[in-house]
Design a protein around this ligand. Structure first.
Ligand SMILES: NC(=O)c1ccc[n+]([C@@H]2O[C@H](COP(=O)([O-])OP(=O)(O)OC[C@H]3O[C@@H](n4cnc5c(N)ncnc54)[C@H](OP(=O)(O)O)[C@@H]3O)[C@@H](O)[C@H]2O)c1
Length: 313
């Protein structure tokens, strides 16, 4: 029976992707879920996955032997990008691809990002993804790359918590340009569908929400919904970077975020708005519905899911 490996199963994308993969897998498709952080005592979720027929294996992108064990006799591997921006992340991703090839895996799935297809002037956030895509293309393996837009979830989870800290302001740099933010859960379902062979050979999919909406409109929606009173301050990339750097927000994901309302480094934060402002998320694709049979969640549906953590008056 062909085996399909989903790597990073305990992450936010990973858990939803694993659940959905089990829901849609055919009787002749064996699923293997890996994590570099499965606890020794199985969680309820791990027990549920095992009960539904998945095999769980510890595998770390930094540990070739663990990857070899997971990739034995495998048809396709999908791996989730890590948070380790730069050299470390590139090395991790290349290790996964090289090892998969050496083990005879036929197809690679990867969660890439908007803008990774640009030839030059890449946004900071797209750079490692372009590199990883290049390694996949050069490997000669079959592939399904999904270029996820920024998640709709980022606004309630990462940006809204900063508003009170910033004096009831959303300091941003997106200049009112509309963006088709996509629900993280939809990206996860796309990843599972692609792993199980629902995509085309050697394909790159842009994964977007259903409509492009400006940050201004999203801010208005949240304020109307909660009664929160705040304002938007739209800055240049340089002004925004300086404001947060002066406050001491870390310049790298490895910094100390304990004094800040969100874990987002300065280059990451500035690049989010830059990607939007450059119009790299303005187009809407049909990927989510095509691959999962479900319309993508709207920004409003996603924001509503986070009602309990939105800023209040
Ligand atoms: N498009 C966007 O708006 C956006 C926003 C945030 C992040 N991202 C990117 O999307 C990725 C997934 O997002 P998420 O929200 O699911 O984040 P998350 O929950 O923090 O997931 C991180 C993922 O990396 C895996 N991982 C980390 N270190 C690993 C290692 N050494 N070996 C193997 N796997 C490792 C984790 O899997 P295990 O712990 O199970 O091994 C997990 O699947 C992020 O890592 C980031 O690259 C995109």
């Amino acid at each position: 029976m062909p085996k399909y490996v989903f790597m990073g199963a305990t992450g936010k994308i990973g858990t939803v992707a694993a659940d959905y993969a089990l829901e849609i897998a055919g009787p002749d498709q064996k699923l293997v879920f890996t994590s570099h952080s499965f606890p020794t005592n199985p969680t309820d979720k791990m027990k549920e996955w095992t009960k539904k027929g998945a095999e769980l294996i510890n595998a770390d992108y930094d540990d070739v032997a663990s990857l070899q064990k997971a990739f034995e006799g495998v048809e396709a591997v999908t791996f989730v990008s890590t948070w380790m921006f730069g050299e470390e992340r590139r090395r991790q991703h290349k290790t996964v691809i090289d090892t998969a090839k050496a083990c005879g895996v036929k197809r690679i799935g990867y969660t890439s990002f908007a803008g990774a297809g640009l030839e030059k002037d890449l946004p900071y956030l797209s750079e490692d993804h372009k590199y990883t895509e290049g390694v996949i293309f050069d490997s000669g393996l079959d592939y399904n790359i999904q270029r996820d837009y920024l998640y709709s979830d980022n606004i309630p989870q990462l940006f809204a918590p900063s508003w009170t800290y910033c004096g009831h302001k959303w300091l941003l740099n997106s200049k009112g340009v509309p963006a088709a933010y996509v629900a993280r859960d939809d990206c996860a379902r796309v990843a599972a569908a692609l792993l199980l062979g629902k995509g085309k050979h050697k394909s790159v999919y842009e994964v977007t929400g259903p409509e492009a909406i400006s940050d201004y409109k999203i801010f208005e929606y949240i304020c109307r919904k909660t009664g929160y009173k705040g304002e938007i301050q739209d800055m240049t990339d340089e002004e925004l970077a300086k404001w947060w750097t002066d406050k001491g927000l870390p310049l790298s994901v490895k910094g100390d975020f304990s004094k800040f309302p969100m874990k987002l480094s300065v280059p990451d934060l500035v690049s989010c708005g830059n990607v939007v402002e450059r119009g790299l998320m303005k187009d809407v694709s049909g990927t989510v519905e095509e691959l999962t049979g479900r319309k993508p969640l709207t920004e409003w549906e996603v924001v509503d899911r986070y009602s309990d953590i939105l800023p209040r008056p």
